[in-house]
Design a protein around this ligand. Sequence first.
Ligand code: GMT
Length: 375
Amino acid sequence: MKVGITCYPVAGGSGIVATELGQQLALRGHQVHFISYALPFRLDKYQENLYFHGVETTAYPLFKHPPYTLTLAAKMADIACQFELEILHVHYAIPHATSAFLARQLVTGCPLPRIITTLHGTDITLVGSDPSFYDITRFSINASDGITAVSAYLADETCETFKIEKKIKVIHNFIDVERFKPKTEGMCKRRSFAKDDEFVITHTSNFRPVKRTMDVIDVFDKLSNKLPARLLLIGEGPETILARRQVNKRHLNGKVTFLGNQTRIEAILPVSDVFLLPSEEESFGLAALEALACGVPVIGTVDTGLVEVVEHETNGFLFRTGDTTSMAEAGISLLSDKDRLEKFKVNASRLANERFNANKIVTEYEEYYKEILNG
Ligand code: GMT
């Protein structure tokens, strides 16, 4: 098949999923064209069947905000015609599904590509429900030939919020189990972060308020009062500075390491004992899946899409958002029981492998592409 993929190229779950999907499809012999304003951040090496087309949006004094959505649409139409793309697969309804809709109006004299939109969460639960985006988001979703969501939780939320009547296909996020595994070649040494008797707790995010980084620090504070432990904070974002202040205020400086953005997270995760993701919104929680695949039990929130990734009391624990006391208690009890911790670690990588391995999920995308093309 010939597929165009558009995503946000910056660090973030949706960009990672889109990029890895493109790479896996290219490995299977499909021709994949990425169309975006920058090279997706994990698309860092040459691969056969993979192409990148940059979208340039000229800054002009009249435009306060250069109209990327329009230049993207024009580029999508151009590439669709040049390469006879069968599918434009866009990640995020806003603005990518809108651009794809426009692109299709521009295509003349060549086959019209089908539009598939994958919903990742933030556009629906936060941006999409902003009244000024509501109608255009709903329109763009409805105008797609196929719609997928990364969890049933998100599919339900989308249908309810936007009163979508079309069927939304749930295709979960996936993981390259060869890359994310309990023991990886070139993996960090546990001793770089902690002493032999200390547990390693990890959190990865873009430090947006929705991730509740202050809860991460609170859980860690409670836990490290009872057990020797270190906290690794990976990623950067608007609340990094608040997190640093909070760590200072709680006198946790000697126990917390800020690692910033990391490209080879799979080299760090396997040294962890527990991963914290206490987000108030999480349509899926790719960061949690990466931890699980590396054999790290996850403590997260029950009122999110994490319920489809983490099995409470099997490979982690889920509590109500903000219940940092239960999260800390669960962590302390798990870390204090060596056999149970070992079982959770084994369950974590086994379940991630069985349910979310790239081979299985990429096949689901391939099947869905065929269904839309034949429909
Ligand atoms: O979580 C973020 O802030 C980034 C965001 C994104 O757009 O990349 O992640 C969303 O998509 C990921 C990939 O499908 C999901 O794993 C995340 O759960 C989802 N984030 C939220 O729902 C907050």
